[in-house]
Design a protein around this ligand. Sequence first.
Ligand code: 5MY
Ligand code: ATP
Ligand code: ZN
Length: 460
Amino acid sequence: MPENGELRNSICSNNGVVLLLEEADAADWVYRGEGAANVVLGYAGSSPAFVGKVIRIQKSPRSMAKCTAETSTLSTHENLLWKEYIMSSTSKEISQLLFVQNVMVPLLGSEHVDPGMHVPVSRVFLEAVEKNILGQRPPWRVEGGKVNTMSDTALLISDHSIFPHGGHQDTRCISIEIKPKCGFLPCSRFIAEDNDTKRCITRFQMHQVLKLHQGEISQLSDYNPLDLFSGSHNRINKAIKALFTTPQNNFRIFVNGSLVYGGLGCSADSSNFDRGGELEDMFEGIIQADHGQRLETFLLLIGETIFSSRVLAPLLEAQKLDSLDIEGAIHAYYNIMSQPCHVCGDLVDSKTLQMYQSLHSISLEESVKIVRDYLIAATAKDCSLMISFRAGEHENYVSPYGKVYLESTNQSFDYKAYFIDLDMKPLKKMTHYHELDKKIIHCFKQNEMQQGPSSLCNRY
Ligand SMILES: O=P(O)(O)O[C@@H]1[C@@H](OP(=O)(O)O)[C@H](OP(=O)(O)O)[C@H](O)[C@H](OP(=O)(O)O)[C@H]1OP(=O)(O)O
Ligand SMILES: Nc1ncnc2c1ncn2[C@@H]1O[C@H](COP(=O)(O)OP(=O)(O)OP(=O)(O)O)[C@@H](O)[C@H]1O
Ligand SMILES: [Zn+2]
């Protein structure tokens, strides 16, 4: 297992000097986007060590009065969970890197994951970055958190929205980002009878109802993750169309690395965007179809790539490591924590209580495996997939990338597909997962009572 020092020393200039990002470097880094936990910047400078890369910088919640240095390590219980993959007393930031390298890469394939490496950053660099990007960040994200200026490293990763230079004549490219969410229906015997709806309506679709109720979105998404993961051409195309229609935080398009469709670090309302007019112009020269046909052709290209690459198959397998559902895994969590089970404590029905008691008599090893698998699956349910396309060159050109052929335009494309945001989920989130699950199902059922039974059921 690599040590902290080794990773730090691995990003060096040509003459072997460790690169440290200083105040003057900040101007070379441009805002790309952000999620709840990190801000991502692309490189616009000329240093060979950084060309074609992005840096991912941790944020600290605004509620935290002061930024704090990320010096803490995993908790004792987390060490127990991850001991086969991560040495105890490793710092949290190195643990995250080892989690991606040792847990997620073997599941998803090294050809689809770049774990990245840490690059040292000075406080003044982070302060300058924070100032430079302020005007571009969505206001609600600014309110939620700021760049953690006490971090001493940032994660340097390949820029998955562009192709590296290097011999290819045409540098134009179109990329997409999809956050597919959970692609299967749970069938755990630990799902309470009252929550049977979970067996036929996806978590994503039910969560939409809660999000609408809470004002987080303005309309329900048409997207059904089961279509995207189905392995069927038609259903994948249907999913891509739905993602385009209601992108929320599940779909984005970039041209030459710049976001041209979908929300910047937030849930995009479809109304914010020109429905295709501008995209038709932007796709000119890359998608060889008539004006008015390019967008549709591009959506078919995405569908064809997801279908033929089968890149989502290992992701679905990783998601399915959640085999007991949170309604089962939560009991194993309380076993690990050596705490009285809050769920069983509130139960009155003796039959249900008996079913869950069976989970309280398993060994610690079994509990650890259940919760570990649940958390790995949670990462797989929350990550995103970026796919970049560029026109393929002549037949003799040996490309290191995947190839996809689009019959309608008789064009072949190079593509690369990478998963991003493969962070380890904290163990303490297990109780949040259980509470959120209850909230989602409760809100969905309330809504059904008011509006009548849902037509969403996925039992075909
Ligand atoms: O619980 P979910 O399904 O809402 O997922 C959260 C995401 O919400 P989403 O529904 O995709 O908009 C949420 O995304 P947003 O912040 O809403 O863009 C995060 O990805 C969150 O993960 P973390 O707390 O940053 O580690 C995600 O939390 P995890 O459940 O993956 O821990
Ligand atoms: N390697 C990359 N290449 C290009 N763009 C990237 C890369 N990594 C991230 N991005 C962009 O930055 C955005 C934010 O990154 P990321 O999802 O890692 O943030 P996060 O805070 O961890 O997200 P979450 O809210 O899920 O916790 C992504 O949605 C994507 O648009
Ligand atoms: Zn219990």
